[in-house]
Structure formats: structure tokens, C-alpha cells
Design a protein around this ligand. Structure first.
Ligand SMILES: O=C(O)c1ccccc1NCC(=O)[C@H](O)[C@H](O)COP(=O)(O)O
Length: 295
């Protein structure tokens, strides 16, 4: 997928030449573009409220990051679970009306999740960095900040709110930015989870050094269709290279049943990222037990 970017705020140093930059009054072509264009404005406001230099000072005062990658490596017989705290999404609207992020996170811990993912995007997912911080206060598991990261500022911000890992989406970042962001994430002691959806994106990411955790999103973010064969087909094509590089694969989105988990595990996924199918249940801990029982 080719994402077009708007011209950034002139004070921001970003590699815009690697993106096709469009004039501000054009309409976004898909949801990812819409989210990214809104993010530009959002991050400008965040910088105005808290300049980068002060944010970096806060980072130095934050407790060290937990080992997100290490927590996933333990999954040998069953895939490790990254359970997602998610109130709403562009594809499904509101998923959980009476949404209590901390109660959900505690239930995920009780159910045996290895790590948690917390949506922080406010406009499209009704998430927040406050939710991330609240969950950080309540649980000890490593946390992924599920955000649409287009500037290093957001990586530092996520760290101050307790994130141990951040999502980097290949479809919205140039190779140069991906490589730079991976280095920043690691310099803060965090894990980068680099997300792909196509073979082209996977090949780009396999060429970037320092990547050891790749998420294969089964959801096409242009039309929201979900196909678990995305994980299977990409792994079938690049399994040898992935194994040689000792990269762990997370299968993301659209996982609802034990047979879904079996399918992606047999294809070579070491972990799964699940949101909707757990969030919708009254007792997420029981839902996890049921999902993993037959594995
Ligand atoms: O979920 C969406 O509708 C969506 C739309 C646009 C960009 C990203 C989107 N989802 C992010 C995710 O990766 C999922 O929240 C995550 O993989 C969990 O998926 P699910 O188990 O299907 O809730």
C-alpha cells in the first residue's frame, strides 16, 4: 500500500522525500491515509503542549522497559498471546460499550496472556495514552503501545506512559524512517513490532537490520477484509529467511477460534494478537481459556 503524506510542519525534520507529498485539500484515499493525516495535526499539538526536549527528560525519569520480546519467546507448544485492550475500531465501530480498560487488562492477566496491547489512538479507536498509563499502573506484563507512529516524538511519549513495545507499520513508513525508528525504539530498551500485510512489505522489513519481531496483519487496511491465509502465504514464501534471522512472527487480527490459532501456529506464527473476539466476551479470562484449550 502506498500512503501519501501531507507536507509536515516546517519545524519538523522528517524524511518527506521518501513519501509522495500531496496538497492539503485533497481527500484521503483510504483509512490509513485518513489516520496518518490526522496524526500529523495531533502530534503537532502534542509537541506544542510538551516540547521534545522536556519529553526526553521525562523518558530518563521513567522506569526501565520490560522485555516484551522475551515474554513472547516462551510460547513453544502454544502460541504466546498478546491480548488487546480495544474499545472501537474503524472496521467494527464500538466493540465494547461498557469499556473498562483496567478491568479488561486484569482479566487478560488472569487468563494467562503473555503481553498486552493498548490502543492509544483517540479519534478512530476511542483509545488513549491515559488508558495505557492506567493499565501500566495495574499490571506487570509487558505492554505494546498500539499507535500509528510517524514521528520519533510518539515513541518517546509512549515510553513515558509505560510502553515496553511500539507498533511500526511498514505501510505508513519509508525504509529510512523504519530503520531509524527501530534504532530509537531499541535505544529506549523497548521492542519494535514491525507490521506488514503484503509480501512486498515483508521483503522491505526483512532488509532492515535490528528487526526481530514482525506482525503479519490478516486485515487489509484498505477494505477491512480479513484473511488468515495472509499469515500462511507470507510465511510459506519467506519461512527459511525468517528462521535463519531468528525473527518471531505475530499473527494479527481476525482470530476467533482454536482452529484459527492452530492454522497460524502451524504456518509458523509464534504469537497471536487478539482484540475483538476477547473484548466482546463478558469474561475475557474464560474466553482465553476456551480459545487455547484445544491447542
Ligand atoms: O481494526 C481495525 O478496524 C483497523 C482499522 C485500521 C487500522 C488498523 C486496524 N486495526 C488494528 C489492529 O491491528 C487490530 O486491532 C489487532 O490486530 C486486533 O485485531 P482483532 O482481533 O481483529 O480485533
Amino acid at each position: 500500500m502506498q500512503i501519501r503524506r501531507r507536507p509536515p510542519n516546517p519545524t519538523v525534520n522528517v524524511d518527506t522525500l521518501a513519501y509522495k507529498v500531496i496538497v492539503p485539500d485533497e481527500q484521503p484515499q483510504n483509512i490509513l491515509e485518513e489516520i496518518v493525516w490526522h496524526k500529523e495535526t495531533e502530534v503537532d499539538l502534542m509537541r506544542e503542549r510538551l516540547p521534545l526536549i522536556e519529553l526526553q527528560k521525562k523518558v530518563r525519569e521513567t522506569a526501565p522497559a520490560k522485555d516484551f520480546f522475551g515474554a513472547l519467546k516462551t510460547g513453544k507448544t502454544k502460541p504466546a498471546l498478546i491480548a488487546e485492550v480495544k474499545k472501537a475500531s474503524p472496521s467494527k465501530g464500538i466493540i465494547k460499550e461498557d469499556f473498562d480498560p483496567v478491568a479488561i487488562a486484569l482479566s487478560y492477566v488472569q487468563g494467562g496472556a503473555s503481553c498486552l496491547s493498548v490502543l492509544t489512538d483517540e479519534k478512530f479507536f476511542l483509545g488513549s495514552f491515559d488508558n495505557l498509563f492506567l493499565v501500566r499502573q495495574a499490571v506487570d506484563l509487558p505492554l505494546l503501545c498500539k499507535e500509528f507512529i510517524i514521528y520519533p516524538y510518539q515513541i518517546y511519549y509512549a515510553r513515558t506512559k509505560g510502553a515496553d513495545a511500539v507498533l511500526l507499520i511498514a505501510a505508513i513508513l519509508s525504509d529510512q524512517d523504519l530503520s531509524y525508528f527501530v534504532k530509537i525504539v531499541k535505544s529506549l530498551g523497548m521492542t519494535p513490532l514491525v507490521e506488514v500485510h503484503t509480501l512486498e512489505e515483508l521483503d522491505r522489513v526483512l532488509g532492515i537490520s535490528g528487526v526481530n519481531l514482525i506482525g503479519i496483519n490478516n486485515r487489509n487496511l484498505e477494505d477491512f477484509s480479513v484473511d488468515l491465509q495472509t499469515t500462511c502465504q507470507l510465511l510459506e514464501k519467506r519461512k527459511t529467511e525468517i528462521e535463519q534471522k531468528e525473527i518471531l512472527i505475530v499473527s494479527e487480527s481476525g482470530l476467533y477460534s482454536s482452529s484459527d490459532l492452530q492454522l497460524v501456529q502451524q504456518a509458523g506464527a509464534s504469537a497471536v494478537l487478539i482484540g475483538e473476539s476477547l473484548i466482546k466476551q463478558n469474561n475475557p479470562a474464560e474466553a482465553i481459556a476456551l480459545l487455547f484449550k484445544e491447542l
